[in-house]
Design a protein around this ligand. Structure first.
Ligand SMILES: [Zn+2]
Ligand SMILES: [Zn+2]
Length: 395
């Protein structure tokens, strides 16, 4: 197998302490944004107003981001997370709801990050798709792709182009204010797939495979696996293993055995979810081919409520938290069916929740950090309704 593992060497992130010697890491996720889809979910009620999908994985003082949806920088500030503690950004796939605020992190982030460090922030995500997807059979005429010279850029090229698009602003700051370039802080790298899995973006986007390591430092080892989110390819789920617990984040996927393999025995599974009943109602009255193609996409690319419980059970996950809620403005009662079908701890994520993934932590530990997030709580009985609790969970 020939793929690169992003291992931090010679850096302040590597110490002589083996991970097993670390203590009191308080491993936890902060659900910065919990809505899925390329929309603004500002909503029917304040309780169901959600920022775009983004999750902070926190281990001790270190912060790792998974995805960079709408509002991610501001949500980090509201959560009390310092950009200077950010070690890596991991993009599950390049759909815009997962990447739309990557540029704001890199550019507004310049003013939070201070002076460049010896070790850059790793930005890891899918490489170039390598081929356009096939055109939907529902197309009623020719369709033309954008930017035919490079129509499927990967993470590294995307980041470079985003920075270049802001060259007028950035060059003013670099030349006139003597500010550093975003490239001085961020190291964008495409995740290389193992070479022997038979992957092809159109013919075999989700081959049966084993998880593979993509990043390692003194606190975390991150592994990835391909998940099923056609026509997106590659699309990844990620698992963070620490000395004190593990979290697996599904990315966007239909029910997928690779995800179950990655999540085996995990302490917390954060899984995407979609309300198919709502989608049927939403698109049901629209007979256009565009509407039918959209509904087709959702069925082959996302996971229904009850399936999330089955997948978490199959994986032996200790806790299941739903996030990337689609649509982002449905009441909590829609998602609760998954909790009723799952034996472990269950959470319906709200923005800025803190959920422990410490191995074997008692439920009461999680209770303290997640007021209102356990089964049996009433819809709306959550930290967003109570500023005092919201502050507690953001600590
Ligand atoms: Zn998404
Ligand atoms: Zn997606």
């Amino acid at each position: 197998m020939f793929y690169m593992v992003y291992v931090l060497r010679q850096s302040e992130h590597m110490s002589n302490d083996a991970p097993s010697q670390q203590q009191n890491l308080n491993p936890r996720v902060v659900t910065l944004g919990t809505a899925g889809g390329p929309r603004w979910w500002s909503a029917d009620t304040a309780a169901h107003s959600r920022a775009g999908i983004a999750t902070a994985v926190c281990v001790g003082d270190a912060v790792y981001l998974v995805d960079a949806g709408h509002g991610v920088g501001r949500q980090m500030m509201l959560a009390g997370l310092n950009l200077r503690d950010l070690r890596g950004i991991f993009l599950t796939h390049l759909h815009s709801d997962h990447t739309i605020d990557l540029a704001s992190l890199a550019i507004f982030g310049l003013f939070e990050l201070g002076t460049p460090r010896d070790t850059k922030i790793a930005l890891l995500g899918p490489g170039d798709r390598g081929a356009l997807p096939p055109t939907s059979p529902r197309a009623t005429g020719p369709v033309a792709p954008l930017n035919p010279a490079s129509p499927t850029p990967g993470t590294r090229e995307m980041f470079g182009r985003l920075v270049d698009a802001f060259a007028t602003d950035l060059n003013d700051r670099i030349l006139d204010s003597l500010r550093p370039s975003p490239h001085a802080f961020f190291d964008a790298t495409d995740i290389e797939l193992p070479g022997d899995i038979g992957y092809h973006p159109n013919d075999n986007p989700t081959p049966t495979m084993e998880p593979f390591e993509i990043y390692r430092d003194d606190l975390v080892t991150v592994t990835a696996i391909l998940v099923e989110h056609p026509p997106v390819a590659p699309a990844f789920a990620f698992r963070f293993d620490t000395a004190e617990g593990s979290v697996t984040i599904s990315g966007d996927t239909a029910p997928c055995e690779n995800l179950v393999r990655l999540a085996r025995g995990t302490d917390l599974l954060l899984h995407e979810v979609i309300d198919f009943d709502y989608m049927e109602t939403f698109y049901g009255s629209d007979a256009s081919e565009v509407a039918r193609a959209s509904l087709d996409h959702h069925y082959k690319s996302h996971t229904g409520v009850l399936d999330t419980a089955r997948l978490a059970t199959d994986a032996g996950a200790a806790r299941l938290a739903l996030h990337h809620l689609v649509p982002g403005n449905r009441p909590r009662s829609v998602w609760q069916a998954a909790g009723d079908a799952f034996d472990g701890e269950f959470y319906i994520s709200e923005d800025l929740d803190v959920i422990s993934f410490a191995r074997g932590a008692a439920a009461s530990d999680s209770d303290r950090e997640n007021p209102g997030k356990n089964p049996g709580k009433n819809p709306g009985e959550n930290s967003l309704d109570n500023p005092e609790l919201a502050q507690t969970s953001a600590a």
